[in-house]
Design a protein around this ligand. Structure first.
Ligand code: AMP
Length: 308
């Protein structure tokens, strides 16, 4: 099923306890598109970059089956730049710099060839732009999934609320869920956030896994204990890309299938953190993806030991 992804394509500079990078490829749409390319081809991207964006990065995304027709290149402007520093626990970080550059005036174009979109992933971006993309699609997609972050809660809360009314699934982390709802309990937070619009809510808890809420049901996916975590940047986007990619592949948006989609998203995200930037997501062998899914199955499978 056709999948459209909108989000930032960017340069990131990252500091973790294990090292520091100069400007490297980043951006929500970059991570989402790479992750969902393991399930769907083409992944139709909508974004904007400046004249500094590397041709080799565009070629790499195209090699991954990402359709770049909806990615505008602004000849006289700079790409979005974000810089962050992780704390020692690697679960939390401080944003050091957010330079919107081309994103500040982004007017998303939805090419005609994207109008068949059944699955729409609204990656992290201004909620105004996310809403414009929904409005510019002639038909409402079968499923609209949205990511956002505390930055937009701080600077564009009213607009964020307007966009939340249009979507089906919101994917955010625990800290963001608490900020958006004003509730510490994630269960209470989920009820408040679902009352804002989304029928489903995924709360990511970093290395501790993710929760899926729908009405009064909740499903918990584990985090896979990893030997090496170098850089969590993009893990949330990669999770979202794997989640919607799997749903688009299977074309089944039931709660049960969303449980599987959460595991596929978690598996892809577990690769992302093993190297700096999106490196590990490039040309990942399918056998490695399959093996990691099996690790997730083994991690949380148990039986009660009592014959029915
Ligand atoms: P994640 O670690 O999944 O939260 O995503 C990190 C990615 O989000 C980085 O590659 C950044 O370029 C991108 N990003 C950070 N802040 C923003 C923002 N305000 N708008 C859009 N993208 C952002």
């Amino acid at each position: 099923m056709s999948l459209v992804v909108v989000g930032s394509m960017a340069f990131d500079a990252i500091e973790t306890p294990f090292g520091k990078t100069d400007k490297i490829l980043g951006g929500a749409a970059t991570y989402i598109s790479l992750a969902s390319s393991y399930f769907v081809e083409p992944v139709k991207a909508i974004s904007v970059v400046g004249n500094d964006f590397e041709q080799r990065d565009i070629a790499m995304l195209e090699d991954h089956g990402v359709d770049m027709e909806g990615v505008q290149v602004k000849k006289d402007e700079k790409s979005f730049f974000w810089s962050g520093r992780y704390h020692n626990d690697m679960n939390s970080r401080d944003t050091l710099v957010t330079e919107l550059n081309v994103l500040g005036t982004f007017d998303p174009i939805v090419p005609d060839s994207y109008q068949d979109c059944s699955y729409l992933m609204l990656g992290n971006l201004s909620p105004d732009v996310q809403r414009l993309v929904v409005e510019r699609l002639k038909n409402r997609p079968k499923l609209v999934v949205m990511d956002t972050m505390n930055f937009w809660m701080d600077v564009a809360l009213d607009s964020l609320h307007d966009t939340l009314k249009l979507i089906d699934v919101l994917v955010i982390n625990d800290e963001e869920a608490r900020q958006l709802s004003g509730e510490y309990s994630l269960k209470k937070a989920a009820q408040k956030i679902m009352a804002m619009g989304p029928k489903y809510l995924v709360i990511k808890k970093g290395e501790h896994g993710a929760l899926l809420f729908h009405q009064h049901e909740v499903f918990s996916a584990p985090g896979l204990p990893l030997e090496e975590v170098f850089d969590p940047t993009g893990a949330g986007d990669t999770f979202a890309g794997g989640f919607i990619g799997y749903l688009a592949l299977t074309d089944d948006i039931s709660f049960n299938n969303m449980k599987r989609a959460i595991i596929f998203g978690s598996a892809l995200a577990s690769f992302c953190v093993e190297k700096f930037g999106p490196e590990k997501l490039i040309n990942l062998p399918q056998e490695e993806v399959d093996a990691r899914i099996q690790q997730f199955v083994a991690l949380s499978h148990f039986d009660l030991g009592v014959e029915a």
